[in-house]
Ligand binder design. Structure first.
Ligand code: CUA
Length: 154
């Protein structure tokens, strides 16, 4: 009887362990602080919040930036930097109209995959004004190596 209890406890433990591994791997795929819950049509971004990508204040203490990652640049990011305020909650929404890209703000924990048809959400707060590089870390075609940008905290 005691053995049955121990077997049951062990089973629960193993199921929990497997679940945590599966969840951990799934979580890693979309970055350490991201989620890709929202679905959208990658061919119809002009009908979404990505029609005019860039930053705006969502409230007094929350700054939101939309970024389109495409072959082979970040909009904004590559031609002009992503500008965000320091000491403020910043949420980045990133999507792709073409293929899978990466969005890695070098030297920070902001690191996620960008998947066509999905929205990658990253939330953070920067302590001080500083400039960071942005790189695509998923192979996305001939121009992958040059797909980079800049994020400037002001
Ligand atoms: Cu985009 Cu590699």
């Amino acid at each position: 009887r005691l053995e049955k209890i121990w077997i049951a406890v062990s089973l629960v433990f193993i199921v929990g362990l497997v679940a945590s591994i599966v969840y951990g791997v799934a979580g890693m795929g979309v970055g350490t602080v991201g989620d890709t819950g929202q679905q959208l049509d990658p061919n119809a971004l002009e009908e979404t919040r990505f029609a005019d990508p860039g930053g705006h204040w969502a409230s007094d203490d929350h700054y939101v930036v939309t970024v389109v990652a495409r072959q082979f640049l970040f909009q904004p990011g590559s031609q002009e930097p992503v500008m965000v305020p320091a000491n403020t909650t910043v949420t980045l929404y990133v999507t792709s109209p073409d293929v899978v890209h990466g969005f890695d703000v070098v030297g920070t924990h902001l690191n996620a995959m960008v998947i066509p048809g999905q929205v990658t959400k990253l939330t953070t707060e920067f302590d001080e004004p500083k400039s960071y590089g942005i790189v695509c870390h998923e192979y996305c075609g001939a121009g992958h190596q040059s797909m980079a940008g800049q994020l400037v905290v002001v």
